[in-house]
Write a protein that binds this ligand. Structure first.
Ligand code: GRG
Length: 293
């Protein structure tokens, strides 16, 4: 299967399942369910849930077994975007090609829509059966750690506290590892866990996820300076305007591009032992690197 058909088929699978897991728009109180669905179905790339499915397949599992975990990860990701866009955080008006949640529903409902998406993510994971090597507790712990104050929230805190400050390369890497790579790595690990992955498989995919997650953020930083808002579906040039430390601002564009290549290569080396079963993970990593910049 070509990467394009894979992406389309897996996006549809994820969207259908998300629609089943989320309360319907008219469920009372309708405002909150409309707001949750507004952001969740706003046209995200579904990168993280697709990585969950591809990792399950790389470990010999079936995408349908991994679907609840894939949906849970997308709910956490969407919550983080809604909260990140709030005026008290990054203050953004535009996300996934449309006005941000708080612009449409107001700040109070946007905060609650984020809270509700984070909560429903754990409800979805809790409903899965678990697997012999990875029980439901392990799955919940995995997602909780990636989303908590040592990872996703840690990255956001340091990011908030660093605005306008000059950061070292290590400080920048900490933000990127926490804010981006942790949830992306967990998406992959959860997929592997749904295929009853061995410790060796899990370790290899963790290395893959960490390098891919960092590469993804370096590329995202590059795109923020090289692309238009229209193309990105979110406000371009925001990092520069907010005097945020980014890979290009700390290391320059050329070094950032070289780093994205190096990290992608490291990611690909980690999944070599999976052979053909990891073909989609490999294509996805290549595709992310070659995003139009
Ligand atoms: C509010 C706890 C909390 C965390 C916010 C996600 C995040 C942390 C901030 C958003 C800004 C940012 C640059 C995050 C890094 C991760 C990233 C590049 C998110 C965008 O992911 P994509 O491109 O988005 O996969 P779509 O819309 O396609 O899902």
């Amino acid at each position: 299967m070509s990467l394009k058909s894979y992406l389309v088929s897996r996006q549809k699978m994820v969207d259908r399942a998300l629609d089943r897991f989320l309360p319907k728009e008219k469920t009372k109180p309708a405002t909150i369910h409309r707001a949750m669905r507004y952001s969740l179905f706003a046209g995200g790339k579904r990168l993280r849930p697709i990585l969950t499915l591809a990792a399950a397949e790389a470990c010999g599992g079936a995408a349908r077994e991994a679907i609840p975990l894939a949906c849970a990860v997308e709910c956490v990701h969407t919550y983080s975007l809604i909260h990140d866009d709030l005026p008290c955080m990054d203050n953004d008006d535009f996300r996934r090609g449309r006005p941000t949640c708080h612009k449409v529903f107001g700040e109070g409902i946007a905060v609650l829509a984020g809270d509700a998406l984070l909560t429903v993510a754990f409800e979805i994971v809790a409903e899965s059966n678990g697997w012999p090597r990875h029980d439901v507790r392990a799955l919940i712990r995995e997602l909780a750690r990636a989303s908590g104050s040592l990872h996703l929230i840690a990255g956001q805190v340091v990011d908030l506290e660093s605005e306008g400050k000059k950061l070292s390369g290590d400080e920048l890497k900490f933000i990127h590892l926490s804010k981006t790579a942790a949830l992306l790595t967990s998406s992959i690990r959860l997929g592997a866990m749904s295929a009853n992955a061995t410790p060796v498989q899990l370790r290899a995919l963790t290395t893959f996820g960490r390098s891919l997650g960092l590469a993804f953020q370096v590329i995202d930083d590059i795109l923020d300076v090289t692309q238009t808002s229209e193309k990105l579906g979110k406000s371009a040039g925001k990092d520069v305007a907010a005097q945020k430390a980014t890979y290009p601002s700390v290391f320059g564009l050329e070094k950032s591009r070289a780093e994205a290549h190096r990290l992608t290569k490291a990611a690909l080396t980690a999944i070599k032992p999976f052979g053909e079963k990891a073909a989609m993970l490999k294509s996805l990593a290549d595709y992310l690197l070659e995003r139009d910049y």
